[in-house]
Design a binder for this molecule. Structure first.
Ligand code: R5P
Length: 293
């Protein structure tokens, strides 16, 4: 066993994990993944495992990744690893934070318990915390850190547009919108969203003279993209020409990214929490500054 900490990455999050290893000045090694024809995963880990391992992998498209994390951690512990830090810039299952319909599993709680049972520390970015406010109430492990990309997103906006109007599509986005607006002295508005189904939202924007403004829509994530699409369509109908979007997590399922651009949105800026062509904001320094080795 060698003693320097190791950063363990995965092929689907290689670029970000390698950047993080470089900033932390630690060695990078990558897990090999194989998918059998029936969908089972096989993982191959490095032979030499130190006592501290940083696993860096976002948990978007999470179902395979969670079982792969389980195998990885169990194998690392078997080989004597004493401290495992999980860096998962996107944390899955945070939105199912209550039993909305009788009988529904509260996925957020159980994913939190699973992670707490596996790793010693969890570092993530803008986890979707709504009814439960603190990540430490969900993941009860030695150390958790819920970082925010708001200031990085604010800097990107300030770099690209002058005097923007920041719009958050719903109450939940207010925390990021407010922070960004205050940091840069931008004007902002927050809409009111009713979710009617997985891909169906109704958004009501407060009355305001937006026509001649450069608008930046800010949200923590785009999944089906419907929240941003619906808001952008309304703004177009109000005569807004320049619309941009800035988000932390670019999940963008299916064709939603192109549907969003088709509304006339000029550009989408996202962090690299989830690998996507809109990524232009690196989280590496923010993450590296938080990891204590
Ligand atoms: C929920 O309120 C979040 O902040 C996002 O607004 C939401 O998850 C976006 O989902 P979608 O892209 O599917 O509309």
């Amino acid at each position: 066993m060698f003693h320097e900490p190791l950063l363990l990455g995965f092929p689907d999050y290689q670029l970000q994990a390698k950047n993080l290893a470089r900033l932390l000045k630690i060695e990078y090694a990558e897990a090999e993944l194989h998918y059998f024809p029936d969908g089972e995963s096989k993982i191959r880990l490095p032979i030499d495992i130190p006592s501290t391992v940083v696993i860096c992998r976002s948990l978007d498209s999470p179902n395979d990744k969670l079982i792969e994390l389980f195998f990885t951690v169990k194998e690392l512990r078997q080989k004597g690893c004493e401290r495992i830090i999980l860096v998962a810039p996107y944390l899955c299952y945070m939105r199912q934070d209550k039993e909305f319909q009788p009988g529904e599993a509260v996925s957020q709680r159980w994913v939190g318990r699973l992670l707490a049972s596996l790793v010693d520390e969890v570092i993530t970015v803008d986890p979707h915390l709504h009814r439960v406010k603190k990540l430490e109430d969900i993941i009860k492990t030695r150390r958790v850190a819920a970082l925010s990309a708001a200031s990085l997103i604010g800097n990107q906006i300030a770099l690209r547009v002058s005097d923007p109007l920041i719009i958050g599509p719903d109450e939940e986005s207010k925390q990021w919108v407010e922070q960004i607006a205050q940091l840069h002295d931008f004007n902002y508005l927050v809409g009111d969203k009713t979710r009617l189904g997985d891909r169906d939202v109704n958004i009501v924007l407060p009355p305001s003279d937006v026509k001649d403004r450069t608008v930046v829509l800010v949200d923590d994530m785009a999944s089906t993209g419907k929240t941003l699409i619906n808001t952008a369509q309304q703004l177009k109908e109000l005569g807004v020409d320049k619309i941009y979007c800035a988000i932390t997590h670019a999940l963008f399922v299916g064709d939603s990214y192109h549907e969003l651009l088709a509304t006339g949105v000029k550009e989408v800026w996202s962090t690299d929490s989830v690998s996507h062509s809109s990524n232009c904001i690196s989280l590496a320094s923010l993450l590296a500054d938080t990891i204590r080795l």
